[in-house]
Design a protein around this ligand. Structure first.
Ligand SMILES: [Zn+2]
Length: 83
């Protein structure tokens, strides 16, 4: 799944829509659909993909879209990732 997330970032299928110091909102183009991912600075996230919304995924487990979103904002060094 980490590999998949990296591929999403490398293929530039992750787009930063909005970013503040508290949260970031991104759109990730998955294999079948585009999903909205919201990252909070308190390390919670949400994603609109079926994996994340179906039953809620276990704590600490990320879908590849959320992971790709995190990698993207980490690379960009924007306000969300800042101190
Ligand atoms: Zn997802």
């Amino acid at each position: 799944m980490y590999e998949k997330a990296r591929t999403l970032v490398e293929e530039e299928r992750v787009e930063l829509v909005d970013e503040t110091s508290k949260r970031a909102y991104l759109e990730v183009e998955g294999s079948q659909d585009t999903y909205g991912v919201r990252l909070e600075r308190d390390h919670t996230f949400s994603c609109t993909c079926p994996y994340a919304t179906m039953r809620g995924i276990p704590q600490g487990a990320l879908c590849s879209h959320a992971l790709a979103a995190i990698l993207h904002v980490a690379n960009s060094q924007g306000p969300w990732f800042g101190p």
